[in-house]
Structure formats: C-alpha cells, structure tokens
Design a protein around this ligand. Structure first.
Ligand SMILES: Nc1ncnc2c1ncn2[C@@H]1O[C@H](COP(=O)(O)OP(=O)(O)O)[C@@H](O)[C@H]1O
Ligand SMILES: O=C(O)C1=C[C@@H](OP(=O)(O)O)[C@@H](O)[C@H](O)C1
Ligand SMILES: [Mg+2]
Length: 173
C-alpha cells in the first residue's frame, strides 16, 4: 500500500507519517529528509545556496525515485510538494493521498519555535507575520490540497482516525 500525506508546513505530516508507517508495518519516507540525505546539506542551506527553484527540481526528482523504488510506503511530503512540477498528479496516480487539514492558528502555535528550519517561514519578525504568511500560502495552495481523495481535519488526525478513513475509502472503491 502507498499512502501519501500532504498539507501545510506544521500540519504534522512527518510526525503522523512515521506513526502510520509503524502501524501499517511499511517503510516510512519523509521527502525532505530524503533530499537532505542525498544532498548532504539542510533544507535552509539548499535554499540559501541554490534557491527554491533548485529545491523544487530535487523535490520532484526524489519524489519520483521513491515511488519507483518502494511499492509499499508511507510518504510524508513537504508542504509545497503538491504545488510544483505536476507532483500532485504523480502522488494521486501512484497511491492514496491524504490531506491533513490544520487551521492556520494551530499551524502558528506549532511553528513558532520551528520556523527557522523552514526557509519560506524563517525570516518573519513575529507570530502575526507568520500567521499572515501561512494564511496567504494556504489560500494559494488550497486548490491543490483539496484534490486529495482523503482529508483528515485536526485535531482528529490520529493514526486510528486515518486507518478508519483508509478502510472506508478502500471499501467504497
Ligand atoms: N497532532 C499534533 N498536535 C500538536 N502538535 C503536533 C501534532 N503533530 C505534529 N505536531 C508538532 O508540530 C510540529 C510540526 O510537525 P511535523 O510533523 O514536522 O509537520 P510537517 O511535516 O507537516 O511540517 C512539530 O513540532 C510536531 O511535534
Ligand atoms: O511549505 C513549503 O513549501 C515547504 C515545507 C517544508 O516541509 P514541511 O511541510 O514538512 O515543513 C519543506 O519542504 C520546505 O521548507 C518547503
Ligand atoms: Mg515535514
């Protein structure tokens, strides 16, 4: 089985993805962590040294590699993955894609101490600026996230809730 998690930065894709892979007893891959492993440098360094366009090219390439390599996996994508290089079509065609829907106010709470590791959020002066940036980003990305066949809305995005969602979806198709 291949389950792909999409959603905004801070939605909990990496955290929940790892727990779901354990529950389903399949490999876990985090797209960012795989890019870092192959590039041997951090996401902020990639952005600083080669820019977002290069990061998006690597993101698209590594995504396709992982899907080609692993018939079974839980894949946690990066927040922007579905929005570039037709990645969303690749995700939809190759597995079951789940959108983790988390309100901006909750994203702010989760990211306030974590923004430095996310270049697109790092240089913001305060929580108000972070909230504005997240709201603008979500508005631009919603059209992509909404194409996922499954959606789990916080605070109910537990492993058990996702397992039930997947079971109901598979029974209905
Ligand atoms: N369900 C949750 N409730 C509260 N905090 C969470 C939850 N899931 C993840 N977090 C926290 O939010 C932050 C971002 O989580 P992460 O899994 O890295 O999200 P993403 O990969 O979507 O950016 C981390 O500090 C994590 O511990
Ligand atoms: O929203 C985005 O464009 C990004 C989200 C990050 O992943 P997370 O969603 O795991 O934070 C990472 O891919 C990069 O900083 C870009
Ligand atoms: Mg992540």
């Amino acid at each position: 089985m291949r389950l792909h998690l999409i959603g905004m930065p801070g939605a909990g894709k990496t955290t929940l993805g790892r727990a779901l892979a354990t529950a389903y007893e399949v490999p876990f891959r985090d797209l960012d962590q795989e890019i870092v492993r192959r590039e041997q440098r951090t996401i902020p360094d990639i952005f600083a040294q080669d820019g977002e366009e290069y990061f998006r090219e690597r993101e698209a390439s590594v995504l396709r590699d992982l899907i080609a390599e692993l018939p079974d996996l839980v894949l946690s994508t990066g927040g922007g993955t579905p929005c570039f290089h037709h990645n969303l079509e690749v995700l939809l065609e190759s597995g079951l894609t789940l959108y983790l829907a988390v309100p901006v106010s909750e994203l702010v709470r989760r990211l306030q101490r974590q923004a430095a590791s996310r270049p697109l959020l790092a240089a913001l002066p305060d929580a108000a600026a972070l909230e504005t940036r997240l709201a603008e980003t979500l508005a631009a990305r919603q059209q992509f996230y909404d194409r996922a066949p499954l959606c789990c809305a916080a605070p109910a995005c537990s492993v058990e809730a996702v397992r039930q969602l997947v079971e109901r979806y598979n029974a209905a198709v």
